[in-house]
Design a binder for this molecule. Structure first.
Ligand SMILES: *Cc1c(COP(=O)(O)O)cnc(C)c1O
Length: 309
């Protein structure tokens, strides 16, 4: 075959399969098949059935990139494999509600506009003991929004043993920098004491941040301050304690901190992932704690509502 014998793009587009496809896809498929045919001819080969090649290319372009895979890694909640599978009951609800219209932002009792947060806030509050709760895109966003709302232009005190990188570039020092807060590191990699926090707190302190080490452990000569003790220090200083729990189990699995325990221990804002142990769709959630300066949790959560709604 000679270059002059190649069909035109328009003739390929007239192919029944290509003609039925969205034009942008058909065009790319036709052009791709012709480009490869030209290369084959230039190399002295026979390009064969060009319309067939264009149909195969179209099939490749239209194939969804997201698909089911088998997880043979041994890691149950695997970040690269979509983390937690959805429960059958959740999937059934998605199919049922998603198939039609829904009261996503409508209060059915009053007929007035509602908030999409209303559907989960009460349940999350009940499950965690928090006064208010808010769901945002993921836990990384929850931590960033929380710190930005509470501490922009001011200081956040955090232990050197908790300056972690979780994966996919989520690094606590960078999250704090992006939030506009100044990070004040206390303690050492392996040992941080209550006195370290107390010494670091000053007039510019806006919050204490505690971060679950999640995917690594320091063992041996170590010391850390409990949530309860940290909450006391924060409360004496009149600043909130933000607790990033990472996976943040709802039910007690023994090994992972539960959101309810953190709230009960006195954390003012508890952030945790929605698609790790909670088993929800890829996203994160956070709940606001039970601080009795109740305006605080409520005010802060509605302040955080704004950028997400
Ligand atoms: C996983 C994790 C995050 C980020 O949560 P995403 O839901 O992936 O955004 C933040 N902090 C800690 C401690 C984590 O383990």
């Amino acid at each position: 075959m000679d270059l002059r014998d190649l069909p035109s793009v328009d003739r390929l587009l007239a192919d029944e399969t290509l003609a039925a496809a969205p034009r942008a896809f058909a065009l790319d498929a036709a052009r791709g098949a012709l480009a490869r045919a030209r290369e084959t001819i230039a190399a002295g080969g026979d390009p064969g059935d060009i319309a067939g090649a264009a149909r195969a290319e179209l099939h490749r372009l239209e194939r969804p990139s997201l698909r089911r895979v088998l997880n043979a890694t041994g890691v149950i909640v695997h970040t690269n494999l979509g983390r937690a599978p959805l429960a059958p009951t959740a999937l059934a609800r998605v199919a049922e509600v998603g198939a039609g219209y829904a009261n996503l932002e409508l209060d059915l009792d009053t007929g007035a506009r509602g908030s999409r947060q209303d559907h989960v806030a009460a349940a999350l509050g009940r499950l965690t003991g928090a006064e208010a709760a808010l769901v945002v895109n993921n836990n990384a966003a929850a931590v960033l929004l929380a710190v930005a709302a509470l501490a922009e232009g001011r200081e956040v005190v955090v232990s050197r043993g908790e300056l972690v990188e979780i994966g996919d570039g989520f690094r606590i020092p960078e999250v704090l920098a992006r939030s506009g807060a100044r990070m004040v590191e206390v303690g050492t990699t392996n040992r941080t004491r209550a006195a370290d926090y107390e010494r670091a707190i000053g007039p510019n302190t806006a919050a204490i941040l505690r971060v679950h080490q999640s995917n690594y452990r320091i063992v041996g000569f170590t010391e850390a301050v409990s949530t309860r003790e940290l909450a006391r220090i924060a409360s004496r200083a009149g600043v909130p304690l933000v607790d990033d729990l990472g996976s943040g189990s709802i039910f007690d699995l023994g090994d992972e901190p539960t959101a309810a325990a953190s709230v009960a221990d006195g954390a003012d804002l508890v952030c945790f992932s929605g698609d790790k142990l909670l088993g929800g769709p890829r996203r994160g959630s956070w709940s606001a704690g039970p601080t009795s300066s109740s305006g605080f949790a409520a005010t802060r959560s509605s302040a955080l509502c704004a950028p997400t709604s």
